[in-house]
Design a protein around this ligand. Structure first.
Ligand code: FAD
Length: 377
């Protein structure tokens, strides 16, 4: 019997993970990508692999994805920079520290480690944080990774054929490329991040811009700030999923080079790539409030990227409600590196009937109802 043939639209972290899962199930995969592999939001992101508990579905997806990352890590090339440095959710005051207990319980219930650190323990774990912080929740299993390398690795492992080219239309049983060529396959996976809206304008997705800054490389004396964990303020949760207004939060990652990657900002309605200098200054001031010595470091580079946000902050994974043979894997907002592997597991379970505990949650695009513009060209 000849193998099923799938097209995956988009060679970012999500498309690569889906391609890998399809190939593991015996599918022949062609990935269509006009840009460098992993060059979209995947390259713009921070690569923090983090368990988040905004909703039961999000907790299940992130916790399961972390398990899958731990298994994958054994095979990753060194250049993927995978490190299980853990996360410290930093509490500014006692009120924040006391309020973190449900989060700790949720993590434990999901099978992840989570311990409370008091002020003295936090100061020992991260001596460069400012004095006076109340403590932290330490999540030891969280990790960091350089995702573009992982995307490339997964596509190679999948034996996927990667074709340079943008998809301009979904057609009956396939896709049309910008070149005018049509490709016909058994199934199509739309995994092109925010580009999915160009193909399926009815999707309930919008861009959420973010800024990142990386400090310069150099000898230790140029880096007065040593950081051991991914550091995130507990207020980040409010900022990440709060309202539509611009927001910043303290979020710092130690890189294996000794550099620090500093985030994070969130803005709706800013589809451009420009640096918003006032917002960047706000973001850095916030970071320096937690790590005062940051004021003595220099930036090597600043960039922006677009998260692809759905109304309920959960990705759209599964069959398009109206288009036969079209599956979606998009809308991962600020968690697409973390949840790419769980996404691929959900997709494979939907397609091939394998078991995934994640099927207990509804990630399907159909949860948003019918999408009126969805017609095959
Ligand atoms: C500032 C910032 C920080 C972040 N930090 C984190 C983090 O710490 N942890 C985390 O888990 N996530 C993080 N994210 C989110 C994460 O980066 C994304 O969720 C993830 O990269 C999405 O991957 P993707 O493959 O869906 O999209 P992308 O990486 O954008 O890949 C989509 C690909 O599709 C291609 N494409 C687009 N249109 C077409 C078309 N018509 N035909 C063919 N190809 C097409 C694009 O060129 C692109 O390469 C962050 C994002 C930002 C912006």
């Amino acid at each position: 019997m000849s193998k099923l043939h799938a097209i995956v639209i988009g060679g970012g972290m999500v498309g690569a993970a889906c391609a890998d899962a399809l190939a593991l199930n015996g599918v022949r995969v062609t990935v269509l990508e006009p840009e460098p592999i992993g060059g979209g939001a995947t390259a713009a992101g921070m690569g923090h692999l983090v368990v988040m508990d905004d909703s039961p579905a999000q907790l299940a997806l992130t916790a399961r994805s972390l398990e899958l990352w731990e298994a994958l890590a054994r095979d990753l090339p060194a250049q993927a920079d995978y490190r299980a440095c853990g996360t410290l959710w930093v509490a500014s005051d006692n009120e924040e520290l006391e309020a973190v207990e449900p989060k700790r319980q949720a993590y434990l219930a999901a099978g992840r480690g989570a311990t409370l650190l008091d002020a003295a323990e936090l100061a020992r774990a991260e001596p460069n944080l400012r004095p006076g912080l109340a403590g932290a929740l330490r999540v030891p299993g969280d990790s960091v990774v350089y995702a573009p390398v992982v995307a490339q690795f997964l596509l190679e492992r999948a034996g996927a054929t990667v074709r340079r080219g943008a998809v301009t239309e979904l057609i009956e049983g396939g896709v049309r490329l910008a070149s005018g060529e049509s490709l016909h396959v058994d199934l199509v996976v739309v995994a092109n991040g925010i580009g999915a809206v160009g193909l399926l304008p009815g999707l309930p997705l919008r861009q959420r811009k973010g800024h990142l800054l990386i400090t310069e490389r150099g000898v230790a004396s140029l880096h007065p700030v040593q950081v051991n964990h991914q550091l995130v303020e507990l207020g980040y949760l409010k900022s990440a999923h709060g309202g539509d207004e611009d927001s910043v939060a303290f979020n710092v990652q130690p890189r294996p080079t000794g550099q620090l990657l500093i985030g994070s900002s969130r803005q709706f309605g800013r589809p451009d790539r420009e640096i918003d200098w006032p917002l960047l200054r706000r973001m850095l001031r916030r970071a320096a409030e937690f790590l005062p010595a940051l004021a003595q470091t220099s930036a090597l580079r600043v960039w922006t990227g677009q998260r692809c946000a759905s109304p309920d902050h959960l990705p759209l994974i599964g069959p398009h409600p109206d288009l036969d043979g079209v599956f979606l894997a998009t809308g991962h907002e600020g968690l697409g590196i973390t949840t790419a592997l769980g996404t691929a597991e959900v997709l494979a379970a939907q397609l091939f009937g394998g078991f995934s505990e994640l099927l207990a949650h509804d990630f399907t695009p159909a949860r948003f109802g019918r999408m009126p513009e969805a017609v095959h060209a």
